[in-house]
Design a protein around this ligand. Sequence first.
Ligand code: PBG
Ligand code: ZN
Length: 350
Amino acid sequence: MTPVELHPGIGHPVLRLWQADGGPSPDRLIWPLFVADGRRVREPIAAMPGQCRWGVDRLREVLDPAVAAGLRAVLLFGVIGEGRDERGSRADDPAAPVPRALRLLRTAYPDLLLIADVCLCAYTSHGHCGILRPDGSLDNEASIARLAQIAAAYAEAGAHVVAPSDMMDNRVAAIRAALKSVRRSTTAILSYAAKLASCLYGPFREAARSAPAFGDRRAYQLPPPSRRLALRALRRDVDEGADAVLVKPGLPCLDLVREARDAVAVPVLAYQVSGEYAMLCHAAAAGAVDLREAALETLAAFHRAGASAVVTYFAPRLMGWLAGDRAEPRPARVRRRARIERLTARRRAP
Ligand code: PBG
Ligand code: ZN
């Protein structure tokens, strides 16, 4: 069995904080950011209202206010323009978005926890999360060797945490070994361990341009109805040395968040994924729910289920909402009515 270390999970102040249980708090939010190739890029993502792809040279513009408001952690996804190939060569190209962003953010925000998503789907010509054999089947050994190489490169570029989301078998052990070989043995590994084959990743695939060109991901992401397989995956990744595990999608998997919390001794994170985010935004735009209340209620649910931290596209807005701001100023008519009621109540009081 692989020896399991405790130091990577307590190397950064934010990771230390997540070792204890706690409720909704700015310290327990992670904002996923799409970092794109190109200069001065700010591309709104149609499927994810309010989220954009950002060029590395504009990251400070988005992060300055979020960090000032209390954001402690970001999760970086790369989006490339050109250069997709069979082995996802651009994932660890030093000039690619994620390595460049890591180098920049490490100096620009010395206290921010930098988590780099590790996967191949945004970099491969076929859009799958691993390396394929000529017959189209998944080559697990080649995939985990390549993912480990990418994780090591991200650690060297400045990631505090590498987060494999590919779901190849035994990549956590391979990544741990690769981190050691580049003398980054205190870099933490956040494993997307219980990642189910969900329909709720659609908006993300548009954002990252990572939809598979053929087939689907059901041979490596877990079948949603299977609770016991999800538990095996969680335990297996912790045995291989994961410092934290992630469950996704979020609300559809609250049961697994609770089970993970009880079954493994590392912090458990929940990911409120792109489709969940889009559902709430559209429902709010249609007047069905209040966005602030929905975001706060779902955040409370993740923590009630046992999450130590939550990955959510609402993170920057939640900074304000947790501090008690209103989403939008209430319409003047409502404010006027409230004021009149207050005045009448005061006049009627004895
Ligand atoms: C890719 C990856 C996906 C997400 C995170 N990393 C999508 C997928 O498996 O196709 C989903 C995140 C979201 O929907 O917000 N490995
Ligand atoms: Zn992938």
